[in-house]
Structures are given as C-alpha cells and as structure tokens.
Design a protein around this ligand. Structure first.
Ligand SMILES: [Zn+2]
Ligand SMILES: [Zn+2]
Ligand SMILES: [Zn+2]
Length: 83
C-alpha cells in the first residue's frame, strides 16, 4: 500500500506508513468528501469509485468488471473508458 503523503510503498495491510506515520488506506471521497473505509472500492455515500495506486496489477472496468492490463484507457471488452 502506497503512502499518499510520502509515496513510500508499505506492506499490504499496513495501517500506518512505516516512513512518515500517516494513516494508510483512509482517504476522502473526491466527490462528496466522505471518509472511505480501508479497502473500500466505492464510496459508500455517493458510489464514486476510488482509484488507488496499488491497482497497477490490472484495471477493473467500471461497467463490466473486466480486468484490463495496466495502462489501458478503454475496456477491451465493452470499450468503456476506464477511470
Ligand atoms: Zn508516508
Ligand atoms: Zn462519495
Ligand atoms: Zn468493460
């Protein structure tokens, strides 16, 4: 899990950054500012998808769920733009 403050890569499941002590996995919804639960994929309040830096293994299409290779802009299955 990458620290959003200092960019240090921490172990998956880490709660605090080992470099700067910032709490990991807690982020605000960019849309409604609700606090996101750790590991949440979508905002529980408004449904906005959280884009996380640890998703480099593949990009889930928002509309069909197909996992596209990293760097894909349009879903290879349904051609929707991937955020
Ligand atoms: Zn940090
Ligand atoms: Zn929200
Ligand atoms: Zn798709």
């Amino acid at each position: 899990m990458k620290c959003s403050v200092c960019g240090t890569l921490n172990n998956a499941g880490a709660v605090f950054c080992r470099q700067c002590g910032s709490k990991l996995g807690v982020s605000e919804c960019p849309k409604c500012k609700a606090v996101a639960e750790p590991g949440a994929q979508f905002c529980s309040k408004c449904g906005t998808r959280f884009v996380r830096s640890n998703e480099t293994a593949g990009k889930n299409c928002q509309s069909c769920g197909f996992v596209n290779p990293p760097g894909t802009t349009y879903c290879k299955r349904c051609n929707q733009k991937i955020l």
